[in-house]
Design a protein around this ligand. Structure first.
Ligand code: C2E
Ligand code: MG
Ligand code: MG
Ligand code: MG
Length: 281
């Protein structure tokens, strides 16, 4: 970093840090307003079951829609929301919006659909998180067995006892937990043994170039073998080509998600896909 490389780099380093900080402060300032004015919208991306090529579920992906400025990616504002604590309010709002959409789809006859929601570590370890979820499940009469929460390896392992308590509680209600971005976190595999996990989502970085990379192929095959022996389901993230899909079927992956099937879409646009259910690529 800057110190090791001598003082010349310092001049390059400083403005970057400053810019990053200014951006962070700017986002933080606007998040409060965004919550009050409900500038958030959920997009949905289908998850395809590889045994029959039908849609099994959708993953809710949050978008911050700024009037006249466009869409801000969750990669930019989720970390700031976590640091500032806004994630608690935003996270609750995501769950409520997703449940409402699910109910609406159910009324339109889409009754098979499972729903995956991303949780940040800071969010699911706050006090009363599990009570909040239970209340929303009851309020909207949601079938808990149709809900999955996605958490990262790091999020699962930090404050392990708290994780264990919250996951166990929600698991007993019928909710499933998936490990998101599997293979990219700094953690041991012990949590797979000790936490009630339902499946893993193989990170996109292992799916890309699956046909050309021996390493990726070995990692993906290995993960699937291990996961199945542990009775876990496997989702492949970021599937973009037919070749990748073919290999994933060959090695027995259960589900896949990615631009090959569909980008994340706003509620009204995903509906057409959900009604058709069968995905043809
Ligand atoms: P994630 O949960 O791993 O979601 C997958 C990301 O990969 C999404 O980015 C999705 O749009 C993108 N993606 C899907 N298929 C493809 C593909 O074929 N190619 C490529 N290049 N990308 C693909 P997105 O929507 O920008 O979300 C980024 C991250 O932000 C998510 O990663 C998740 O960690 C976080 N996030 C999104 N919504 C929420 C939320 O409601 N709460 C929390 N706590 N985090 C969220
Ligand atoms: Mg996810
Ligand atoms: Mg992921
Ligand atoms: Mg990811």
């Amino acid at each position: 970093c800057a110190k090791e490389n001598g003082k010349n780099d310092f001049q390059i380093f400083m403005p970057y840090m400053l810019m990053k900080n200014l951006k962070k402060i700017e986002i933080e300032k606007n998040l409060k307003k965004a919550i009050e004015e409900d500038q958030f919208q959920l997009y949905y991306q289908p998850v395809i079951s590889l045994s029959d090529m039908e849609i099994h579920s959708v993953e809710a992906l949050l978008r911050w829609v700024l009037p006249e400025k466009g869409i801000i990616s969750p990669l930019e504002f989720i970390p700031v929301a976590e640091e500032s604590g806004f994630i608690v309010k935003i996270g609750e709002m995501v769950i409520e919006k997703a449940f409402l959409d699910m109910k609406e789809w159910e009324k339109k006859g889409i009754d098979y659909l499972h729903l995956a929601i991303n949780l940040s570590a800071r969010q699911f370890k706050t006090k009363f998180f599990e009570n909040m979820v239970q209340k929303l499940i009851e309020r909207y009469s949601i079938d808990p067995t149709k809900i999955s929460f996605e958490i990262t390896e790091t999020g699962a392992v930090e404050n392990f006892d708290v994780s264990l308590r919250i996951l166990s509680f929600l698991c007993q209600m019928g909710i499933k937990f998936l490990i998101d971005d599997f293979g990219t976190g700094y953690s041991s595999l012990i949590y797979l043994k000790r936490l009630p996990i339902g499946g893993v989502k193989i990170d996109r970085s292992f799916i890309t170039e699956l046909e050309n990379s021996k390493e990726n192929r070995a990692i993906v095959e290995g993960i699937i073998l291990m996961a199945h022996k542990l009775d876990l389901k496997v989702v492949a993230e970021g599937v973009e080509t037919k070749k990748e899909l073919e290999i994933l079927k060959e090695v027995g992956c259960d589900f896949a998600q990615g631009y090959l099937f569909s980008k994340p879409l706003p509620k009204t646009e995903i509906e057409k896909l959900l009604i058709a259910r069968k995905i043809i690529v």
